[in-house]
Write a protein that binds this ligand. Structure first.
Ligand code: 3HC
Length: 314
C-alpha cells in the first residue's frame, strides 16, 4: 500500500496504529485510523450488510410455499435473523462515518456490491435447503474467521451473527437430509439444487488469493485473518463428508481426497461466471435490485414517520 502518511505527526500515528494492530489489539471507532483502513472497512462491512438484506429475497420467495407450518416457522425465523444481521452490520459501518442513506445510495447506484450468491433463483424447496446448508455454511466459515478482525464493532457483530448462522446451516442440512431420505423425485430435486448451488457457494469466498486486490491490506491491518483460498478449502473439507453422508454427489468430477494434503483437491472454479455475476450480469441481479429499490421507496413513509417522531421527542 502506498505510504499514506503526509506529515511527521501522521508518520508517528501510522507507526503506532500499525504496531497496535500487529500486536493483535482491536481498533475502536474513536481510535485514530488511516483513511485507507476506514475506507477498506466501509467497503467490506457495507457490502456484507447489503448481502444479508438482499439474501432475504430468494428465501422470502418460499415463505408462502413452505411444505409445513414448522418449515414456514423456521424459514421466517431465519429470514428475520438475516435482516437483523444486516442491521448490526450497517450500524458497525456507520461508526466509520458513513450514513445508512449513503450506503443504500451506493448499492442502488451499482457502486457497492453484495454477495454473488444471491443473484441465483430459488426454483424449489430444495434450494432453501441448499442455501441454508451451503450458503450459510460458507458464510459461517468466513464469519468465524472475521470474529478476530481488528475493527472491534465488526468483530462484535460477527460473534453475535455466528451464533444464529449455525442454526441456519443446520436447518438447511435437515431439509436436504429429509429430501434425500424421501422419494426418488425428492432425491432428484435435492441433487439438482446441490448441482446449482455448489460452485456459486465456492465463489462466495472471493477470487483466488493471487487475484484478490484487497487481501494484502486486509492482512496488513488484520481485517482478514485467513485467505480466501484457506477459507474456501476449510468449507470444502467440512462440507464434502456431509454431502456424502446423506447420499448427495458433489458436482465436481475432480473432487478427490488428497491423503498427503489431508484435504480435498477440486476442479477449476468458473471465474468468468463469478465476475459476470458480481458485475451485474447474473440470473437475478436486475430482479434483486429492482425489488430492493421498490421496497426502499415503499418504506420511505416509515422512515419519515420515525424521523418526525424523533424530532418531536427532542
Ligand atoms: N460476491 C460479490 N463480490 C465479491 C465476492 C463475492 N462473493 N468476493 C469478492 N468480491 C469482490 C470484492 O468485493 C472486491 O470488489 P470491490 O473492490 O468492488 O469491493 C473484488 O471482488 C475483489 O475481491 P477481494 O477478495 O480482493 O475483496 P475482499 O478482500 O473484500 O474479500 C470477501 C472478499 C471475502 C467477500 C470479503 O469482502 C469478506 O469476507 N466479506 C465479509 C463476508 C461477506 O460479505 N459475506 C457475504 C455473504 S453474507 C451471507 O451469506 C448471509 C448469510 O447469512 C446467508
Amino acid at each position: 500500500m502506498e505510504n499514506i502518511a503526509t506529515t511527521p505527526k501522521d508518520e508517528q500515528r501510522l507507526a503506532k496504529f500499525e504496531e497496535w494492530v500487529q500486536s493483535g489489539e482491536a481498533i475502536e471507532p474513536r481510535d485514530w485510523m488511516p483513511e485507507a483502513y476506514r475506507k477498506h472497512l466501509i467497503r467490506q462491512i457495507s457490502q456484507h450488510a447489503h448481502s444479508e438484506v438482499i439474501g432475504m429475497q430468494p428465501e422470502g420467495n418460499w415463505v408462502t410455499r413452505a411444505p409445513s407450518l414448522r418449515a414456514k416457522q423456521i424459514l421466517l425465523a431465519k429470514i428475520q435473523d438475516e435482516g437483523g444481521h444486516g442491521l448490526y452490520l450497517y450500524s458497525a459501518a456507520e461508526t466509520l462515518g458513513i450514513t445508512r442513506d449513503e450506503m443504500i445510495e451506493q448499492l442502488h447506484a451499482g457502486k457497492a456490491k453484495y454477495s454473488n450468491i444471491f443473484n441465483y433463483p430459488t426454483l424449489n424447496w430444495a434450494d432453501i435447503g441448499a442455501i441454508g446448508w451451503l450458503v450459510d455454511g460458507a458464510a459461517i466459515v468466513n464469519q468465524v474467521s472475521l470474529q478476530r478482525t481488528s475493527f472491534a464493532p465488526y468483530s462484535r457483530a460477527m460473534v453475535r451473527i455466528c451464533k444464529e448462522e449455525s442454526f441456519h446451516q443446520r436447518q438447511g442440512y435437515e431439509i436436504m437430509a429429509k429430501m434425500m431420505a424421501g422419494t426418488e423425485a425428492q432425491r432428484e430435486m435435492a441433487q439438482d439444487a446441490m448441482n446449482r448451488w455448489w460452485w456459486p457457494s465456492l465463489m462466495m469466498f472471493g477470487p483466488h488469493d493471487g487475484d484478490s486486490p484487497h487481501s494484502a491490506d486486509a492482512f496488513r491491518w488484520k481485517i482478514k485473518r485467513q485467505t480466501n483460498d484457506e477459507l474456501r478449502q476449510k468449507f470444502i473439507d467440512k462440507t464434502v463428508p456431509q454431502a456424502e453422508l446423506i447420499g448427495l454427489t458433489v458436482p465436481d468430477p475432480d473432487m478427490k481426497w488428497n491423503e498427503e494434503k489431508q484435504s480435498y483437491d477440486h476442479g477449476r472454479i468458473n471465474w468468468e461466471e463469478f465476475y459476470r455475476v458480481i458485475n451485474g450480469h447474473g440470473p437475478c441481479n436486475k430482479q434483486r435490485m429492482d425489488h430492493h429499490k421498490k421496497v426502499h421507496a415503499d418504506g420511505a413513509w416509515v422512515r419519515e414517520a420515525a424521523e418526525a417522531y424523533r424530532a418531536k421527542m427532542k
